[in-house]
Design a protein around this ligand. Structure first.
Ligand SMILES: [Zn+2]
Length: 128
């Protein structure tokens, strides 16, 4: 999601939850209440994600990419994730758009995909 989308998403929430005055403007107080609430929700999500990330990195050693040397060990949110809801397929992607080489590694579990990544396996190249 781009920054522009995040901004327009926030404007959508404001438009949905805040009343307009006679001149079509929102009350600053109403906007502030929504902004504070969404900020708290985001902080909560961020803290959960950071917690999950540190659990992952504590549990497994993640070596830099065998092809390009990019170290993803502190930057896994957009890199290592399940492909299906039941978490039976995983991808570890050396994401081209984040400065990686496009190397993709697949696995049947988080541990499996990390082991295959560390071993230098490559299943696919993704160049975006
Ligand atoms: Zn790479």
């Amino acid at each position: 999601m781009s920054k522009k989308n995040i901004g327009s998403e926030f404007r959508n929430i404001i438009a949905r939850e805040c009343k307009r005055d006679g001149r079509g403007k929102f009350k600053t107080k109403d906007v502030l209440i929504v902004a504070e609430r969404t900020y708290k929700e985001q902080q909560f999500v961020i803290s959960l994600l950071k917690q999950r990330l540190s659990e992952m990195t504590m549990k497994y050693t993640i070596t830099p990419c065998k092809k390009c040397g990019r170290d993803w060990s502190t930057d896994l949110i957009d890199t290592l994730y399940p492909l299906v809801r039941d978490r039976s397929e995983w991808v570890f992607g050396c994401m081209f758009h984040n400065g990686g080489c496009g190397r993709q590694v697949y696995g049947k579990s988080q541990q499996d995909v990390i082991e295959r990544w560390n071993a230098g396996e490559t299943d696919e190249w993704m160049r975006e």
